[in-house]
Structures are given as structure tokens and as C-alpha cells.
Design a binder for this molecule. Sequence first.
Ligand SMILES: *Cc1c(COP(=O)(O)O)cnc(C)c1O
Length: 834
Amino acid sequence: MPNRVFRKSNPKSDITKLPKLGLEKKNFIADFKHYYSHRLGRDEHCRSPHYAYEALSLAISDRLVERWKTTYNTYKDQDCKRACYLSMEFLIGRSLSNAMLNLGVDDVVNQALYDLGLEAEELLDSEVDAGLGNGGLGRLAACFIDSCATLRLPVTGYGLRYEYGMFTQQIQNGEQVELPDHWLRMGNIWEIERPEYLARVKFGGHTQTHIDEKGQKRVVWLDTHDVLAMPYDTPVPGYKNGTVNTLRLWKAVATEEFNLQEFNAGDYAEAVAQKNTAENITMVLYPNDANENGKALRLQQQYLLASASLQDVLANWVGRHGKDFSKFAEKNCFQLNDTHPSIAVAELMRLLIDIHGLSWKEAWQITSHTMAYTNHTLLPEALEKWSVSLMQTLLPRLMEIIFDINAYFLREVSAHWPGDGERLARMSIIEEGYEKKVRMAYLAIVGSYSVNGVAELHSKLLQEGLFKDFYELWPGKFNNKTNGVTPRRWLAACNPDLAKLITETIGDAWITNLAELEKLKPYADDPEFRQKWHALKQASKQRLVEYKKEEVNANINVNAIFDVQVKRIHEYKRQILNVLHVIYLYDRIKRGDTQNWVARCVLIGGKAAPGYVMAKKIIKLINNVANVINNDPAVGDKLSLIFLPNYRVTAMEKICPGTDLSEQISTAGKEASGTGNMKLMMNGALTIGTLDGANIEIREEVGEENFFLFGLTETEVEAMRPHYDPQAYINQDSDLQSVMHLLECGHFNQFEPGIFDDIIASIKSPYDPWMTIADFRSYIEAQKRVEQAYRDQDHWIKMSILNTAASGKFSTDRTISEYNRDIWKLTPVDVESK
Ligand SMILES: *Cc1c(COP(=O)(O)O)cnc(C)c1O
């Protein structure tokens, strides 16, 4: 491809100089019409709102691209330090309404749509979610890049452009059915393909050592099967500040010279079909949340991300600085979102040594001063380990480098603890045994200058438990960065009426400085304000019922407590405990114990990993219990249980505003942070929760009197574990006996005998890692306090206001400021004044 279209005589061509695009209503109307008829070729007879969505998105995208170029050039001119956020997942959801909000054109565009006779809601609803992630970790990455742009930080997101994102969940006969999510089928107007930045990624082959002309030992990686990585860029607008950063997602494509031999042998079709093996790499997102997978394809995905992204950054560096890497570490850093991209540690070493000719020492100096690692979980089943033999086959050069990194590292350990062989084995990046494995978390720690957890408790447990040896060796590396969520999407955009009330009351500075919300505190005592707050909550609950009407046929009372647990289905998150409480309430209704009853609508949503049998059983249990309760005339509208199918970002945006009670009931010590808890708090929900993850900090911020605490602490859980006796709890608790009886007698599975036996056995087992039964009584009592509080509506509303008012800490603007202050050390860049 020619790299310049300009004639030599006119090197400063102004073909990219354009007048600024207008932001007035008339400009949007004109551009909308232009795109609708000329670009998309539709007319007034077209009934699909999708093309109206596309036409408007193209008009908005033009404005983003304009600012994107200015941002790019400003960063380039200033030669500022940059950070890259490497993540296998970006759970973005929709882009249009967020882009409108951040550009500051939401009101004017809504007026334009009104004048055009278009229904804004219908148009926005035709956008499909970009569901390139599983849950919290992927959504965090999306919130982070929003905050980076809003804080004017030069940060690029790097990820994978999966052809199929997180599966669509359907419920049939109470069971989860997975449908492929072909989110690109209708096209994606937000991305721009960038073939000029194509990267080549090697797999397989073998290595060879030789001595170069300078007498240096050099390694070459030969006979590889190469794959190309094609970048697709998505603009990431900051909030009303002229900054538009980049999210660069890689798609695997076949090289042009694929399998010539077969081609020449006349097997043209076979050779072309080989293309698929290359393109399979980014075909599908692995739908396992907090669970390692071990599949070769997953390792290929991880390496493609790491290699293509690092090559991209290095090519840019060499283009500007040539082969002088002396200032590289001053100007670049890489944040690894969990261990998924941690092969980047070895890949940066390879690129610097094999491709750019640096010595091991120089390369290690750069690598270990540019990589930073965020851990997201303590669950042993989520800790990634790749078999050495797989890595030797797929990435032989990388495996050699990892062995060398480990050798140098173990030398350092020996020097620190002479003669401590056990510690050496414990800390080795290579796990010995029948099948040798690479411990990816250890590779990440050894190669990074910063290691952080995602909430105070989680970071503390990392230092005291999982990474104790490493903490003793390098205490200064370890730090905490409590997660957050972006208040643009999770309050301003998803709850516009509440946002308006807040802005009318305390001004709009909260949108970029969420601590401002504490100015709402005094209004909790203002009856007029409380009345407005309450009216908005009720309206949101009504909207939530409407949104779910087609999918859900239950008798919903908007005066009931909307009691919400939405998150991935996982045993540690204990959806089962929630169901036990619902069964307990049902049992009380059946026994006629309904004095001072507070109506409750329990909403549970979430996807189960397709291979996680127990999680899928939990979905079936929720649906079966719902079926019995919702169809029992004796229950009426006192209680309903609803499973919300296909939980995703867009669903959460509708659920947040209408939630009264947020269920955050994981076994203490197991939820690293949680972010669903923060979104719901921000929107005025009260939390019922354990002392786990960020719940602890939420309770600290809002005060214990505004939080429903229950359950064992992490220390108590671990102390009890060796002699945990669930049967003893059952014997002592007649309510729990009734609940277990209803489950065990098949009341919820009359025509499906035995289907819940595994669930029952798991919670009755003394080895139940999640210790559900241990927290039953304490949970029931906390739920009674919830009801008592809800009966006093005035007091409840007051607590709701105080929760929003105290949610300022949980903005990713705060989180990212801390990442920048302690780890990245970037200087904010003012783009707007350019
Ligand atoms: C916020 C969010 C999550 C994370 O929820 P947790 O309760 O923290 O597990 C998962 N999925 C989606 C779609 C989200 O928006």
C-alpha cells in the first residue's frame, strides 16, 4: 500500500483541513437526512428504526472523529508519556447515548429527533450491545477508558475484536439456552478499520541460536505459522472536554501467502480453507467468568493481544525515536487487566532482544519498569496456569524467555532467603509436577513494577495469602486501587430524571467530581426533596416493569420492595442464599404468618458459564421456585420472584434506577470488589451485604445505620471452615428446616424428580466452600430489618438519598486518578484549547 497520497511538490497538503462541524439542531437534522438518504439509501417507507439509529450515529461519529484527530495530534506534538490498558475484555454495551452525553449534545439531538418525528427511545433501543466481556472485569475496563478520556489522560485501550461476544441467554423450560451473539451482523458504525497498522503474530515453529557479526548470541524463531492482527479503532470520548481516546481491538486474519504448498499441489480449496484456522483466533469470547480454561485457542488469543499491541507501541516508538530505547520506560507503561495478557512480559522481552537488538539486561530494565499488573480474584479455579508443553509447541521462543526470567528471578530469591528450597519451589514461575505449568500470575508479578488488588480487603488478602512470599520480597510493589464505575453511564445517562433532580439541587459538578454528591446529604431531611426522590424511584420501578413486560408474566406490585441480585451466576455469589430467603417468605405466607407483611419483588438475573453445571442448575432452581410462587393464588402480590433473562450492560442500565435493595451476599473473602454494588448504590439502592470486597468500603462511606450487614467475616469463615457443620445449623433452626423440607420433598420440581439433589447436597456438605447455610439465619434477620425500614417509607427514602450522597468514592474518576498518581504518572493533556 502506498504510504502517501500527496504529491512530492505539495507535502503539506490540506486535504484533511475542514471547517468545524456544527453542534446545533439544524446541523444534526441536515446530517441525519444526508446519511439516511445518501449513505444508507433509505426513504420514508423504511420501517426499521435501525437505519435511523445508524444515520444519527454517523452524524455523532463525525464529531467524535474530528476531536479524535485533534487529540491524536496533540499527544503526538507533546510527546507525552502514554499508558496502554491491555484487556481481553471490554464490556462496552451501547455507544450512541454515551457519545451524545459526553459530546454535550444530548438535549440538542433529542430536539432534532423530535423535529424529525422520530422516537428517540426506539432509535436508541435498536443499537446492539458490544458485549465483549463476561462481567465485572470487562465492564471495569470500559468504565476505565471512559474515565481516562474524561481526566484527559493519554491512555489507549487494547483488546480483541471478537466476532461473537458474550452469548445471548434464553430461558426455555426454566433452563439457560445459549445463542451465539453475532453482534457485527448489522455492521458497527463506531469502528474504523486500520490496515496500515496491521501486525504479524507468530505461532509454532522452533528456535535457532547463532552468533551474529558482533559476536553476540542471537535467537531466531523459525518456520512459524503467522497470523495477521488487523486493528479496528473505536473512539472513546471524554466528558465535554474535547478529548477522544482510542480503543484498539485486534481481529485475527490470515496472511496472504497461506499454505502455498497445498496451493501448488492443486489443493486450492484446502489452502483457502486454512484461512479459517487463523481467523478462528478472534472468533469468540470465552464465556467463563472467573474460571481459567486451558484451551490452546485461548492462549493464542492472549498472545495475539499481547504481541500485536506491543508491536504497535514499539513501531510507533521506532518511527519517532529510531532504535534508541533509553527513554522508552519513561514514556510508556502497560496495565495488565488480570493475568490474561501477562504473556506480554515475555513478549516485550522477545521484541526488545530478538527484533530490536537490546541486551537481556537492557530489555529487562525496560520491561520491569513498564508493566503493571492488576489481580482480580483469589479464587484458585481462576488462577491461570499454562502447561509448559503447550507453550513449547505454540510459543517456543516465549517459553525459553520465561525459563530465563525464572532463572534470574530464582537467583534473586536464593540471595534473599539462602537455603530456603521450599520457598524457591513455592515462588517459582514454573510449577513442577507430573505436568509442568507456567504460573501466569507469578510471571506478571515478577515482570511488573506495580501489583494491585481491586478493593482494600482483596489487596490485603493478596498480601497476606496468595502473594505472601512476593509481598515479603517486594513490599513496595503492592498497592490497592478500589474499583469504581463511571458516573456518566451509570447515573447521568441511565437515570436522566434523577440526574436532573440532582443537578437542579447541587449543580452539575458531580458529573466529573462525584464527591460533590455529598452536598445532597442535607436534603435527606427535606420533605419536599424526599417526595421528589420517591416519585422518581417509583416511576423508575414502573418503567422497569414495563421493560420486562414481554418477558415476564408475573403480578408485580410497584409498591413492593424491588429486591435485586444481578451478576454472573456463581456459587460464591450465593444466589442460592437469596432463593432460600424467598422460600422462607413463601413458607411464611403459606403458614399465614403475614402480619405487617411488606410486599417484595425479588429480581434475579445473570448468565451461567455454559460449562458450569451447578450454575445452570441454580438458574433452573430460581425459575422453578418462581413458577410455583408466582402461580400460587395464596401468595398474590405479597411476593414475586422473577428471573431476568439475558442480563447485560443495557439491562443493567434499566435495572439500576428501579432498584430498592441491592443484594451483595457473597461469602466473605470471595468477591474481590464487585462493581454492581456501586452502580446500584449510586442510583439510590440500599445494600444488604456481607463484609466482602467493596461492600466494606460502601458501608464505611454510607455509615452502618444505612447498610444491612449480615454474615460471617472473612476471618470467621476461614476459622470455621475445618469444622463447619451445616446439619447442626439446620437442627437448630426450624425456619431453615421448613425451607430445606420444601426443597427436599420436591415441592419445586414435582414432575422433575431429583433435579435439585446436587444443589441440596452442596449446601449441606461440611465441605461447602461457600458456607451458605452458616449465613442463613443472619441473612433472614437482616432481611427483617430491611422490611422494618421499608415500612417507614420516609426513613427509607432518607437512607436512599444518603446512599447516593455517599457514593462519590465509587467513581472510576477517583480510581483512575489513583492509578495515575501511584502507577502511571501521566500528565493530563488539554486538547480542547487546541
Ligand atoms: C456491573 C456489571 C457486572 C458486575 O457485577 P457484580 O455484581 O460486580 O458481579 C457484570 N455484568 C454486567 C453486565 C455489569 O454491568
